[in-house]
Ligand binder design. Structure first.
Ligand SMILES: Cc1cc2nc3c(=O)[nH]c(=O)nc-3n(C[C@H](O)[C@H](O)[C@H](O)COP(=O)(O)OP(=O)(O)OC[C@H]3O[C@@H](n4cnc5c(N)ncnc54)[C@H](O)[C@@H]3O)c2cc1C
Length: 393
C-alpha cells in the first residue's frame, strides 16, 4: 500500500501550484481532481496578476515574490503559460467622483495613475468615454489560466508527482489523525491531505463534519469564440468592485448559520463589469456574482447573459452583441480577503488552501512558502494565513 507524503485534492490553479511545489521540494504527491475538464473557476478566470496591488507588508512581500516568480515560470515549468503584461483600466462610473475613490488606491505597492476619459480611451480605444468619469491605470500581469494550471501539473509529474481522476467524498482517519482520502475510485493513503477544491471547500469539509469559515460565490460570465477584427487591448475592470461589499455583507456573523443550509441568498447579487481578450481572440466578460448557499443552485442563464451584455455594453459598446456563451463557476472567498492556507485545527494531517482574493498573484509564492515550511524552513508568511485565525469546529 502506497502512502503519499501529500494528497492534494483539486487540480485548479491552487492545487496544481501547491502540488508542483511540494513535489519540487521532494515530497511524494498525488494530485486528484474529479475531472481535468472541470468547469472550475480557473477555467473561466481572467488570469490577472495584480502585482501592483499589495497594500500591507504581507501583500507587498507576496507581490514582489510573485512578480519575480512569473519572470522565470515559463522556463521553470518548461511550459508556455503565456505570461504577458497588459494595461489595466479600472473604470469609474460617470456618476461617481474619482477624487473620492483615489484614496483607495494610494497605499498600493505601485499606485495606479488616475486618467481622464480621453486619456483612458487613448489606451483602450473600445472604451466609451461618456460612460466613465475617469479610470485608474496600472500595468497588470496576465496568464492563460488553464495553461498555468497545466504547466504546474506537467512539471509536478516530471518531479514524480501523480495526477489522477477521482472524486473525493471523505477522509480516512484514525481518531483525529487523517490518513488519506476516500474517493469514487477507492481509497488513497497519505500522511497529509491538502484540500484545494475552491468553491466546494466548505461543502466537502461540512459533509465530513468539519466547519470551515470559507464561502463561495456563483460567478457568471460570457465567453466568446475567437473574434476576428475586435482588438480589446487592455483589461477593463471597475475601480469599485461591488463584489467586495457583497462578500463583506455575506460574512457577517449573523449570516454564518445560513451558509450550512441550502436555499439562502445571503446578500443581493452584483455585476462588476469587466472584460479581457486573450491572444487567440477569445473574450471573457462579466461578471455577475451571487452568494447562494446551495452550490448547485439553478441560475437564470438568459437573464444573466442579458444583464452582463447590457452592463459591458455601456463601457465597451463593441462587446455588447458579440457571439458568446454564458458560463458559471464557483469562486471561494474568505471573511478577511486573505486566503486560508494551512493546517485545520483538531485534525492532524488535514490542510486547507482556498479563499484567495487574487490567486493568480498569490498562489505561486504561497505554494513555495508552503513547501519550504514543510521542509522545515521557517516562514512568518503562513502564520498570518492560518485557517485557525477563524474559529472552526
Ligand atoms: C470571471 C472570473 C474572473 C476572474 N479573474 C481573476 C483574475 O483576474 N485574477 C485572479 O487572481 N483571480 C481571478 N478569478 C478568481 C480565480 O479564477 C479563482 O479564485 C481561482 O481560479 C480558484 O482556483 P482554485 O484552484 O482554488 O479553484 P478551482 O479552479 O475552482 O479548482 C478547484 C478544483 O477542485 C476540483 N474538485 C472539487 N471538488 C472535488 C472533489 N470532491 N474531489 C476532487 N476534486 C474536486 C474541481 O473539479 C476543480 O478542478 C476570477 C474568477 C472568475 C469567475
Amino acid at each position: 500500500m502506497k502512502t503519499y507524503d501529500w494528497i492534494v485534492v483539486g487540480a485548479g490553479l491552487v492545487g496544481s501550484a501547491f502540488g508542483y511545489e511540494l513535489a519540487n521540494a521532494g515530497f511524494s504527491v498525488l494530485l486528484l481532481d474529479r475531472s481535468l475538464q472541470s468547469p472550475n473557476a480557473t477555467r473561466y478566470s481572467y488570469g490577472g496578476v495584480a502585482y501592483w496591488s499589495g497594500n500591507t507588508p504581507l501583500l507587498r512581500q507576496l507581490c514582489d515574490e510573485s512578480q519575480a516568480i512569473y519572470q522565470t515560470l515559463t522556463a521553470e515549468l518548461d511550459y508556455d503559460i503565456q505570461y504577458r503584461e497588459l494595461d489595466l483600466l479600472l473604470t469609474v462610473d460617470a456618476d461617481r467622483d474619482p477624487a473620492a475613490i483615489a484614496p483607495n488606491y494610494e497605499d498600493f505597492l505601485i499606485p495606479p495613475t488616475q486618467l481622464d476619459p480621453a486619456a483612458a480611451a487613448d489606451i483602450e480605444p473600445l472604451l466609451n468615454q461618456g460612460a466613465i468619469a475617469a479610470a485608474f491605470h496600472a500595468k497588470h500581469g496576465n496568464v492563460v489560466p488553464r495553461a498555468l494550471a497545466q504547466g504546474y501539473q506537467t512539471a509536478m509529474q516530471r518531479q514524480g508527482g501523480i495526477l489522477a481522476i477521482a472524486t473525493v467524498n471523505g477522509f480516512e482517519h484514525s481518531g483525529n489523525s487523517i490518513q488519506g482520502v476516500q474517493t469514487d475510485q477507492g481509497t488513497f493513503h497519505g500522511a497529509n491531505v491538502l484540500i484545494c477544491v475552491g468553491g466546494l471547500s466548505r461543502s466537502l469539509l461540512h459533509q465530513t463534519g468539519i466547519s470551515a469559515k470559507v464561502y463561495f460565490t456563483q460567478a457568471e460570465l460570457i465567453e466568446t469564440p475567437p473574434i476576428d477584427g475586435l482588438n480589446l487591448q487592455s483589461i477593463v475592470m471597475p475601480a469599485e468592485l461591488d463584489r467586495m461589499g457583497m462578500e463583506a455583507e455575506a460574512t457577517q456573523p449573523d449570516k454564518e448559520p445560513l451558509w450550512d443550509e441550502p436555499g439562502h441568498e445571503v446578500a443581493p447579487a452584483v455585476l462588476d463589469v469587466g472584460a479581457l481578450q486573450y491572444r487567440d481572440g477569445i473574450v471573457r466578460m462579466g461578471q455577475t456574482s451571487r452568494v447562494l448557499t446551495n452550490p448547485q443552485a439553478p441560475l437564470d442563464a438568459a437573464a444573466s447573459e442579458a444583464q452582463i451584455r447590457a452592463g459591458v455594453g455601456k463601457v465597451l459598446p463593441a462587446l455588447q452583441h458579440v457571439p458568446g456563451t454564458w458560463a458559471s463557476c464557483l469562486v471561494a472567498f474568505s471573511g478577511d480577503r486573505l486566503p486560508l492556507v494551512g493546517a485545520l485545527p483538531n485534525r492532524d494531517g488535514l490542510h486547507l488552501c482556498t479563499g484567495f482574493n487574487g490567486p493568480f498573484l498569490l498562489a505561486p509564492p504561497l505554494a513555495r512558502h508552503f513547501a519550504k515550511f514543510h521542509q522545515g524552513e521557517p516562514t512568518d508568511v503562513l502564520a498570518q494565513l492560518a485557517p485557525d485565525r477563524f474559529s472552526h469546529t
